[in-house]
Design a protein around this ligand. Sequence first.
Ligand code: HEM
Ligand code: HEM
Ligand SMILES: [Fe+2]
Length: 464
Amino acid sequence: MTGIKYSSQMVAKPYFIFALILLAGEILFGLLMGINYLNGDFLFPYVPFNVMRMVHTNLLIVLILFAFMGATYYLVPEESERELWSPLLAKIMFWVFAAAGVATILGYLLVPYATLAEITYNSILPTMGREFLEQPTITKIGIVIVALAFIFNIGMTVLKGRKTVITVVLLTGLVGLAVFFLFAFYLPDNLVLDKFFWWFVVHLWVEGVWELILGAILSFVLIKVTGVDREHIDKWLYLIIAMTLVSGIIGTGHHFFYIGAPSYWLWIGSIASAIEPLPFFLMVIYAFTMAKQRRIDHDNKIALTWAKGTAVMAFLGAGVWGFLHTLAPVNYYTHGTQLTAAHGHLSFFGAYIMIIFTIISYAMPIMRGRPHGNGPKAQKVELTSFWMMVIGMLGLTFALTAAGIWQVVMQRMGVDPLSFMQTQAQIAPVYMVRLGFGVMVFVGLLLYLYSFFVKDTPLEESVA
Ligand code: HEM
Ligand code: HEM
Ligand SMILES: [Fe+2]
């Protein structure tokens, strides 16, 4: 017996489970790189740093896509008040995507990258070699097919069912995700043009359409666990996505400062992106206001904790750490330093990893026959894992921020700056601290996974 309203919502389960497995792999490779920063020969030549980095960042993207799909399959039937158009198609696509993902990661690990490009016929339609978009062209085509089948399935469900602001915003975000991915197939020879359009995927995803997906999932969970009126939620969601699109689209300009693009981007990029923290700030007020005005006291308390945590951490990682280096005169010094990595870590974790925990912590107990959420013991374990991961990621980010500032001062300022490698050698102690906090994040994740297996009295029984 499960507590779900529509049986087709169950297709979300394998997507969530697989996303969590990939997350464990992603963080593990992060740790391996953390060790590599202290001992450059670690695992060389079997798994070189560039391969670890590729596995780390690609697993990150793929796990987020799996979780977005899972979240969509879970919430769309409930919002649309009808079964999914084709649960079978969703199941088939899970296996197609999982097989393509695993094959790609194995390809990175087992074959030199140049050989991988050769045997996957990259020469026919070259797309490989760019950060985050390293996948062989054939994998990219696979991603497009999976995305089309997914959007068709969801689109049919939404069109035939009740339309809500949440599903419309979600679908807009998902269509945007697929459309902007198409720029991954455009690889100009000119390096300036190449970088210019690369950001159409990377920036317009994380600071555009993904934010719509984030807002929609957050709103769904908030409605469920606070019982606040839908009209109320809708107004907030509209406001947040309007601010997102107004600032985020033109905000792409903050990546066009020093790459060879025209200099008017210095002004446009600085001004537009300086507004980008605003929707993230609104999200914090939104989550906390809804929690305060709640009409019900849902027993799944940890889901609300994750929802509030997502808003706060996304604001810190994207809003605060983003603003830190988004003005052109600052970015002149900080571009591509450890400060960028600090921001990359906290924003990806705060926004897109934490929203995954939010929806999984809400939906998974229901799919496992516990409509009131897990029992108190399991929720306690999960709360500990929440704080371990949050504090771990904050610590890791502070370490990288210190490293970044140190790097700028030594390598990019003064009359006699040090070389890149001399600077890195000086910063080594900070990388030790980063590794320590990284281990804390990993242990936190293991604890989260363990919380699924805690033997507990499900709440409905203890209450009844
Ligand atoms: C869920 C947790 C994590 C997320 C979301 C994440 C995300 C990312 C992202 C987005 C990048 C690319 C950064 C950029 O291009 O600026 C990256 C690179 C990296 N990450 Fe992580 N990461 C996580 C956990 C970790 C952990 C625990 C460690 C190690 C302790 C780690 C170590 C690294 C390293 C060493 C790089 C490469 C930096 C470089 O190129 O020098 N990551 N990670
Ligand atoms: C959840 C949302 C966000 C995510 C996941 C994110 C992630 C990232 C990542 C991974 C990078 C490094 C890319 C690379 O490899 O070069 C980056 C760069 C950057 N981000 Fe964000 N970001 C987000 C929001 C923001 C916001 C709101 C701002 C500004 C207020 C911002 C400002 C920047 C800037 C200026 C850079 C370029 C850094 C450089 O020049 O090296 N980001 N972001
Ligand atoms: Fe950006």
